[in-house]
Design a binder for this molecule. Structure first.
Ligand SMILES: NC(=O)c1ccc[n+]([C@@H]2O[C@H](COP(=O)([O-])OP(=O)(O)OC[C@H]3O[C@@H](n4cnc5c(N)ncnc54)[C@H](OP(=O)(O)O)[C@@H]3O)[C@@H](O)[C@H]2O)c1
Length: 274
C-alpha cells in the first residue's frame, strides 16, 4: 500500500520536494501539504493536484511520513501542537530544518520516534539538489528507502552515519549554492571591468559553471587533473590559477566552511534547548 506523506509547512523547500516527487511518479493523492494559510496552499493544490490541510494534527493523523519543513525558529511550537497526533500515529519523521538535533525534535514531539534528518539545498527547486541524510536508530530499512526516494526526487542523496556530520554537509552543500552565486557576482563584475556587457558576462560565467560541474560529474578524473587539462603551460589559465593560489583561495574556503559548520552546531545549541 502507498504511504501518505505530509509536509508540515508548504514554503520553498517543501514546494520543491513535492514538485519533484509528483514529477518522479508519486501520486498526488498520497501527498498532503499543510500551512496556516489556504492562500499558500491553493496554488500547490491547483498546480500539483495534491491534498492540503490547514490543521497539522488532522493531516498527521492519516500520515505514514511527516516532513517537518517550517523554519527552525518556530519548530518547537509547531511540534508541540501536534505531539499527541504524532504519538498516536508514530509516523516516520523527516526534518529538513537546519541545526535542530534529532533528539530535540523527538522530545518536542513527545518521545522516541523513527526520525531522519535531512540537509537539502535550494537547487532542489530545479531538480538538481544535493542532500545529506541521517537516520536515528529507530528508522527501519523500508523507511530509509522511502526517505531516499523522497529526496532523490529532487537530486542527489548521500547518507551520513554520524549526525554531527550534517554540520559538514551544511558547509559543503546546504549553504554552498550561495558560495557559487557569490562567485557569479564576482565573475560578472570582473567581466564588466574587462569590457563585456553585464548580461553576457553573467551568462558565460553561469554556463561555464554548469559545464564544469557536468564534466566533473561525468569524468573519472579528479578535479585537479581536469584543472590541469585547461592550463596550457605558460598560458592564461596558469596565470589566473597562480593568482588564486597566491591569494590562498583554499585557506579562505576552508575558513568559510568551518565558520558555516560551526554556526550549524551553534544553532543546534541556541534552538535545540529542550
Ligand atoms: N532555504 C534553504 O536554503 C534551506 C536549505 C536547507 C534547509 N532548509 C530548511 O527548510 C525549512 C523550510 O525552509 P524554507 O526556505 O522552505 O522556508 P519557507 O519558505 O519560509 O517555508 C516555511 C513555511 O512554513 C509555513 N508555516 C509557518 N507556520 C506554520 C505552521 N504552524 N504549520 C505549517 N506551516 C507553517 C510558512 O508559512 P508563512 O510564510 O505563512 O508563515 C511557510 O510557508 C527550514 O527549516 C530550513 O532550515 C532551508
Amino acid at each position: 500500500m502507498a504511504s501518505t506523506i505530509t509536509f508540515i509547512g508548504a514554503g520553498n523547500m517543501a514546494g520543491a520536494i513535492i514538485g519533484g516527487m509528483i514529477e518522479s511518479g508519486f501520486s498526488p493523492d498520497d501527498v498532503i501539504a499543510t500551512s496556516p494559510s489556504d492562500d499558500v496552499l491553493a496554488p500547490l493544490r491547483e498546480r500539483l493536484g495534491i491534498r492540503t490541510e490547514t490543521d497539522n494534527a488532522a493531516a498527521v493523523a492519516e500520515s505514514d511520513v511527516v516532513v517537518l519543513a517550517v523554519k527552525p525558529q518556530i519548530m518547537r511550537q509547531v511540534c508541540e501542537q501536534m505531539r499527541d497526533a504524532v504519538q498516536a500515529r508514530r509516523p516516520l519523521i523527516v526534518s529538513v530544518a537546519a541545526g535542530l538535533p534529532a533528539e530535540t525534535l523527538e522530545a518536542w514531539l513527545g518521545g522516541e520516534l523513527p526520525l531522519v534528518r535531512c540537509m537539502p539545498n535550494t537547487p532542489a527547486l530545479v531538480g538538481a539538489g544535493a542532500a545529506g541524510l541521517y537516520a536515528n536508530a529507530r528508522v527501519d530499512a523500508d523507511q530509509r528507502r522511502l526517505a531516499t526516494e523522497l529526496m532523490e526526487a529532487v537530486g542527489l542523496v548521500e547518507w551520513v552515519e554520524d549526525e554531527a556530520l550534517l554540520d559538514a554537509v551544511t558547509a559543503v552543500s546546504g549553504s554552498a549554492p550561495a558560495y557559487f552565486f557569490l562567485m557569479f557576482e564576482a565573475m560578472e563584475e570582473a567581466g564588466v571591468t574587462l569590457g563585456l556587457p553585464a548580461d553576457t558576462a553573467r551568462r558565460l560565467a553561469m554556463q561555464t559553471a554548469l559545464g564544469a560541474a557536468k564534466m566533473a560529474l561525468a569524468s573519472d578524473k579528479p578535479p585537479a587533473e581536469l584543472k590541469r587539462n585547461v592550463m596550457s603551460p605558460g598560458g592564461t589559465t596558469e596565470r589566473a590559477i597562480a593568482h588564486l593560489e597566491d591569494a590562498e583561495l583554499r585557506r579562505i574556503m576552508g575558513e568559510a566552511m568551518t565558520a558555516c559548520a560551526d554556526r550549524a552546531a551553534e544553532m543546534a545549541d541556541e534552538l535545540g534547548q529542550r
